[in-house]
Design a protein around this ligand. Structure first.
Ligand code: ADE
Length: 224
């Protein structure tokens, strides 16, 4: 998979890709992530990428021309499956969307800023709009990092234990069951006996029951 991220603040976005699982995925060549600073496609000497909105109102808007230049250049180099715009009015990200997007080969992710992008960017280039929740961030960068993390960890070979992503919360619309590690008794709080039994079919059944119980209690909406 290849991901091209277009942003006015690449420095805000880079560190999640420089640690842990995402770093390892990049080192293992399972994913390529490229950052494109929109200012490199700006107009004139002032490196302008945003302007006041027509009709008045607070807040700057990212201009269509630099974004057009950047996306058009990328599209000349390869075909993209999706051009995603991170925006609070997009589809709310969930595991189903992450699973779907993780199957794509080439993605462009555009991070909005200030009041967002000129509507014509959305009309012309964007194939999918994704929000990470009903709250407003200062820009799309942190949202893009969340999206990238959720899809990259699903790529084959990224997680050590291949089955691990399949047992995540939400993969079957259920929350994950509780997990324990050593010690088996901590200040009198004991690990459930069943997990120490070595009886794997029974353990599996217990985990399914726990997942169902947790979901019923905490997120009944997932069961509808
Ligand atoms: N940009 C600003 N807020 C956002 C959100 N909640 N999701 C995605 N992109 C955003």
């Amino acid at each position: 998979m290849r991901i091209d991220i277009i942003t006015v603040l690449p420095e805000l976005l880079k560190s999640p890709f420089e640690a842990s699982i995402l770093k390892r995925a990049i080192e293992k060549n399972l994913v390529e992530v490229h950052f494109h600073n929109l200012r490199d496609y700006s107009l004139g000497n002032y490196k302008q990428v945003d302007d006041y909105q027509f009709g008045g109102g607070a807040g700057m808007v990212l201009m269509v021309e630099p974004i057009d230049k950047c996306i058009s250049k990328l599209k000349k180099e390869r075909e993209y499956d999706d051009v995603i715009y991170m925006t609070p009015d997009g589809d709310t990200l969930n595991q189903g969307i992450s699973n779907e997007v993780s199957l794509k080969k080439n993605l462009i992710i555009l991070c909005g800023h200030y009041k967002g992008v000129d509507q014509r960017v959305r009309d012309l280039f964007i194939t999918r709009e994704i929000s990470i929740g009903d709250y407003v961030l200062s820009g799309g960068e942190l949202a893009a990092a969340v999206l990238c993390d959720s899809i990259i960890r699903l790529l084959p070979g990224v997680l050590n234990d291949e089955t691990s992503a399949l047992t995540d919360s939400f993969q079957d619309n259920l929350l994950a069951p509780p997990v324990y590690t050593r010690p088996s008794d901590y200040k009198g709080l004991k690990v459930p006996e069943i997990l120490l039994s070595g009886d794997f079919p029974k353990i599996e059944k217990w985990r399914e029951e726990q997942a169902m119980e947790r979901t019923t209690k905490l997120r009944p909406d997932l069961l509808k």
